[in-house]
Design a protein around this ligand. Structure first.
Ligand code: FAD
Length: 288
């Protein structure tokens, strides 16, 4: 279907983008890679009269290390995450996650900022960012604020971003040396969203778990932090009994919507299995 007519704007600075949004308000939408927004416009679920393209603002691009954090510009594409040597070295969970998003064409245009801002629980970055304890930099007419990924996602397509705010960057604390990582994603075919997926960061101290972070994709209206499973695993050996209990605790917080990928029971069972596999894979990569 052809989208509703709109006017296209391509600001070259953040203040200009914020000012344009201030001028057009509810009639306008920011455009990043367009891979979520344009399909919604073609289906007429979204009918903005003005599109404010963020693609010509240099400040929104790039991946760099700042102290003990990685800073990622919101307009960085999925492919740029996949290709980043810095991320491969310092936060490989993001590389593994980005590589599992859709196909090369989508990854070429889709941005990490768009993936997060859209608030779609089927998107992968929200759970990856929860697992990494990332923070988001938001700029708007009232200035700048930095918010945690944990608490940012409020519901289906709903985040705590206020109208007119732009997600400008993502700040990812660099995991401690020796931390294992894994993103296990079950999907029906290349290009599909997750039926269920689990992101894990795992630090071992000898034979026992020192710290662990677990987050789930597409298993509720928001990405889910499996806090009870994390608390249970701390100080434990990662044996079969512990894996099973962690998977059970992860499943207990799932409330997925049934769709063509399966019913709630199947998706919840797959959440347990993805958690189990991600823990095992992260363990194999963690230093003891
Ligand atoms: C076939 C297909 C398969 C896909 N599979 C997956 C998948 O498996 N996993 C996955 O994670 N994603 C998947 N996607 C989604 C894809 O990764 C999108 O690109 C992504 O969700 C949105 O990013 P975008 O840059 O395209 O944003 P856009 O579509 O341009 O924007 C999405 C929304 O976010 C807002 N927005 C964008 N950037 C900002 C910003 N910086 N600040 C404030 N608001 C902003 C826009 O106004 C819009 O409302 C798939 C897409 C397609 C078409």
């Amino acid at each position: 279907m052809i989208p509703h007519p709109f006017e296209y704007h391509a600001p070259t600075s953040l203040p200009d983008a914020i000012a344009l949004m201030g001028r057009y308000g509810d009639e306008a939408k920011f455009l990043a890679g367009g891979h979520s927004l344009l399909p919604m416009m073609k289906l007429r679920f979204a009918q903005p009269g003005h599109l404010i393209d963020l693609g010509k603002i240099p400040d929104l691009k790039g991946i760099s290390q700042v102290g003990n954090e990685i800073h990622i510009g919101a307009m960085t594409t999925e492919n740029e995450l996949v290709w980043s040597k810095l991320l491969a070295e310092k936060a490989p969970l993001l590389v593994e996650g980005a590589r599992l998003i859709s196909d090369p064409q989508v990854r070429y245009k889709g941005t990490v900022g768009g993936d997060i801002s859209h608030g779609d629980p089927g998107n992968d970055h929200p759970a990856l960012m929860l697992a990494l304890d990332a923070s988001f930099v938001l700029k708007g007419p009232k200035g700048e604020r930095v918010v945690k990924a944990d608490g940012f996602f409020l519901g289906l397509y709903s985040t705590l971003m206020e109208p007119g705010e732009i997600l400008t960057a993502i700040r990812v604390p660099i995991p401690a040396p020796g931390t294992g990582w894994a993103y296990e994603k079950l999907k029906r075919k290349i290009g599909d969203f997750a039926t269920a997926a689990a992101a894990v960061l795992l630090k071992m101290k000898g034979p026992v778990v020192e710290s662990v972070s677990i987050a789930l994709t597409n298993l509720g209206a928001t990405p889910l932090k499996a806090s009870a499973a994390e608390a249970f695993l701390r100080g434990k050996k990662l044996d079969e009994a512990a894996l099973q209990e962690a998977a059970r605790l992860a499943m207990s917080i799932c409330d997925p919507a049934p769709d063509q990928r399966g019913d709630a029971q199947y998706k919840t069972a797959m959440a347990g299995e993805m958690t189990r596999r991600a823990l095992l894979s992260a363990h194999s990569r963690a230093a003891n």
